[in-house]
Design a protein around this ligand. Structure first.
Ligand SMILES: [Zn+2]
Ligand SMILES: [Zn+2]
Ligand SMILES: [Zn+2]
Length: 141
């Protein structure tokens, strides 16, 4: 049985409010990363922007979701692996930005390349966003 969204929230120390459940549901069901605006559009609840922002920030901090920037610098959000937890993300996959439909997707099968930084530099995180056309746009059937 897949974990319900309410259970997932509780496992991460959240009360399962209607907003949190709907937000997380949208992200769990999506095959692409969603922006704050897209999430807000899809919510069938009347909530103010700040509340949505706070919920997303709290999810990110809790290791439930991670943030990717698209080519315009807009934050998109996607579900994390189970390896992530509070204050500690282990999302080591690349992301793909489709220049045709604009979708940003996680590529769990594409690991970030290991890099070495010069002496005196301390690497905190790295990201790789690939540009191109996605499988949905390339599917001509
Ligand atoms: Zn994560
Ligand atoms: Zn596309
Ligand atoms: Zn991702």
């Amino acid at each position: 049985m897949p974990t319900t969204t309410a259970t997932l929230l509780r496992q991460h120390g959240f009360r399962a409010t209607a907003l949190r459940q709907r937000l997380l549901d949208l992200l769990r069901r999506s095959d692409r990363a969603l922006t704050h605006a897209e999430l807000e559009q899809r919510l069938d609840l009347t909530v103010d922007r700040v509340t949505v922002f706070r919920a997303l920030n709290a999810f990110e901090e809790a290791g439930l979701i991670h943030r990717v920037l698209d080519s315009t610098g807009t934050s998109c959000f996607a579900m994390c692996d189970e390896a992530c937890n509070h204050g500690h993300h282990q999302d080591t996959h690349a992301h793909f930005h489709c220049t045709h439909c604009g979708a940003v997707r996680c590529l769990p099968s594409v690991a970030l390349p290991a890099v070495e930084v010069p002496p005196g530099f301390a690497l905190a995180s790295s990201r790789l966003v690939l540009d191109g056309t996605c499988n949905a746009c390339n599917d001509t059937h």
